[in-house]
Design a protein around this ligand. Structure first.
Ligand code: IMP
Length: 427
């Protein structure tokens, strides 16, 4: 296998950052294809902890090209800040970044609009990350978005900004003002972005295609998760893009036949941040215990995540949507020491993910014994082969693989790179 797509198989925050960091060791190109800095991918490398929002999580290997595809929305200020921080820590050089001409820009008025709209929704919030992602994609679909390539054509840029100012002015007024579309401010920021970004900008589809033709290992890095997909997720409580593996093709400009395998990432339990259905949410002390053990607070917004048990119907659905060939189970160590671990094996009354009615789904649980041994966490964290895992933990993994119908290819037993069991080599 020379190419592999890695995607989130739940509601985001599955630990993609760490998994991509581990398997990118062998990759020559790591390419993100959708979303923007609504994503937050945490990497722990020795005593360094890095959170990336736009730069692919495979950034920490010298010589690996980090690619931002056409399907992404890019906030240039955030990208620059992130790259500067990675350079300062000696993890990445700016020469290793490539950005598609066709990617759209998140501009200050998108961020402002995202926040104003969320505030105005009062009790019906989506719980967006307020990074301007939705408004930037909305402008793209409305054919008035601003692409990276437009930075190199100031006349066109100005006219597009004026168009947006006209379209958005009534909404800004209705929502209580704000700065709105400040054409002159964006034009002057654009000068800085242009000169800084120019060396990185290219035809990303051609670059990735050539890398594959040359037989180089290429990793396609998803963002968010299958159940946040705009078409197949828990609409309208979703992000504004396609988050599934198929989006790697449209988001980079490559054909589906270039993807050799697809690994889905799932925590050993489930979390969700923002509003929307989450059938296996656990309230009260039991939910708090998972949140504490897993440090479940958003990497982008710091919001506490809702926590619950692993949802096998949802995972099966994600496996189908993505054509999973492998399953990576993360944060297995977090379950160790918890009393009364459970797993959702179905919903009552024939409810299924991907159909209406998930809000009312009543999960059917099986309880899983053997996790409350206080010594378990240490044994798990030290495991480096499947054979090192205690019997109840192996049984849990076997149960998940069998129910989802996908083999387990990687298991994460702690935040550090080294705390990983690679069952199948990725490339
Ligand atoms: P947006 O993508 O900022 O528009 O937010 C829409 C929904 O997707 C909200 O529920 C967010 O919390 C969720 N979301 C977006 N990105 C991520 C992510 O990377 N992890 C988890 N949830 C996310």
């Amino acid at each position: 296998m020379s190419t592999l797509a890695v995607i989130g198989a739940q509601w985001g925050d599955e630990g993609k950052g760490k998994v991509v960091d581990v398997i990118a060791r062998e990759a020559k190109v790591v390419a993100r294809f959708s979303g923007g800095n609504n994503a937050g991918h945490t990497l722990v490398i020795g005593d360094k902890k890095i959170i990336t929002h736009l730069v692919p999580s495979g950034c920490a290997y010298p010589g690996t090209l980090c690619v931002l595809g056409a399907g992404m929305v890019v906030d240039c200020d955030v990208l620059r800040e992130e790259l500067d921080a990675l350079e300062r820590q000696g993890l990445m050089q700016s020469g290793e970044l490539r950005v598609s001409y066709e990617a759209h820009l998140i501009l200050p008025y998108h961020r402002e609009l995202d926040g104003l709209r969320e505030d105005a929704r009062r009790d019906a919030k989506i719980g967006t990350t307020r990074r301007g992602v939705g408004p930037a994609y909305e402008a793209k679909a409305a054919r008035r978005g601003i692409k990276v390539r437009d930075l190199f054509n100031p006349e066109l840029l100005r006219s597009r900004l004026e168009l947006n100012r006209g379209v958005l002015a009534p909404e800004f007024e209705r929502l209580g003002g704000g700065r709105g579309v400040d054409v002159e401010a964006v034009m002057s920021q654009a000068d800085q972005w242009r000169s800084w970004l120019e060396p990185a900008v290219c035809d990303v589809g051609a670059l990735v295609h050539q890398a594959v033709v040359d037989g180089l290992p290429v990793l396609f890095e998803g963002a968010q998760g299958a159940l946040l997909d705009v078409d197949h997720g828990t609409y309208p409580f979703v992000t504004s893009t396609s988050t599934i593996a198929g989006a790697a093709c449209s988001g980079l400009g490559i054909g589906p036949t270039l993807i050799d395998g697809v690994w889905g990432i799932s925590k050993a339990y489930a979390t969700r941040v923002g509003a929307g259905p989450f059938p296996t949410r656990v309230d009260g002390a039991a939910g708090d215990a998972i949140r504490r053990a897993g440090a479940e607070f958003g990497a982008t917004t710091g919001r506490p995540r809702d926590c619950g048990w692993l949802d096998l119907p949802a995972l099966r659905y994600a496996a189908r949507l993505n054509g999973l060939t492998g399953l990576c189970v993360t944060k297995l160590d977090v379950l160790a020491g918890l009393a009364n671990v459970a797993i959702c094996v179905g919903y009552r009354d024939g409810v299924e993910p991907g159909r209406d009615g998930l809000e009312a789904a009543v999960p059917v649980y099986e309880s899983i014994s053997g996790w409350d041994d206080p010594a378990l966490r240490g044994r798990l964290e030290a495991a480096r082969r499947l054979a090192d895992l205690p019997v109840p933990v192996r049984a849990y993994l076997d149960r998940v693989a069998e129910a989802v119908g996908v083999p387990i290819t990687l298991v994460s037993v702690g935040p550090d790179r080294e705390q990983t069991i690679v069952v199948t080599t990725p490339f």
